[in-house]
Design a binder for this molecule. Sequence first.
Ligand code: SAM
Length: 268
Amino acid sequence: MAGDSGASRRAAMYGEDDLSSMSIFSGNYINFGYWQDFTPGLISIGERTESQANLYRTALRRLKIDPTDVVLEVGCGIAVGTVVALREFGPRAVYGIDLSQDQLDRATRVNSELIAQQPDRLILQRGSALKIPHAGERFDKCYSVEAAQHFEDLTAFASEAHRVLKSGGRLAVATFFMTQPTAADELRRLIETIDNGIDVVAAIDSFRDDLLTAGFVDVNVESIGEHVWRGFDAWITQTEFKDGWGRNWLKAYQRRLIDYYLVTAAKE
Ligand SMILES: C[S@@+](CC[C@H](N)C(=O)[O-])C[C@H]1O[C@@H](n2cnc3c(N)ncnc32)[C@H](O)[C@@H]1O
């Protein structure tokens, strides 16, 4: 793969390689997970899956979803988190978009029953975070879980999220960012997916500025790393990746190079 771009590596990772099938993830989720009160000990597959659903719940709670809301998820993956939004938060409808056709095909297969039962409430489409395939002022709420680390242009994403939200709409983005731009070199040495361009992690202050420049107000940045990295690292030790570079995520967090954030904002 030498010389491959981050985009082509991502396409393979979410295409034929099917990242969701790797033992570091479970339940068709592909995120690091959220552990409210992590205590060391053996983690079951069910608990690992629940941690990933809990990352969604943590982001979705911030949106204060109403029954009349039409909601957009950007980078929905296999859309099991989109279904959490629909079932547990009860909006009128949730649209999920993802760049990868393979991911959308998996999402459509996994959720076929619900899509058949409620075709007007769960709508999955191919689309990019950098050019959201919807008209302006279409959504009441918008969220993204562990996908923005792949967006090559966060300025464009911020502007698109602002465009598709109605006035009074809210945004929630959960993923990892560099704590400061000077962390980049050390992170490249520690984290393979940053070094090879799969993850294009920006500095958190730069994303905050992107949101403000796009016109968002009430931009709030919350570190949730203490609920993410230790649990995720403990899970890795139970998999065949226990001796690999994936253990460096926790080191990078402990060295204050990277953190997991929940960023919320509102459109006036
Ligand atoms: C780590 S997975 C997370 C999936 C899901 N949110 C979850 O937590 O299970 C990242 C997802 O973002 C999607 N993605 C990457 N770049 C994207 C872009 N520019 N626009 C939309 N989706 C994108 C990928 O195809 C992948 O499905």
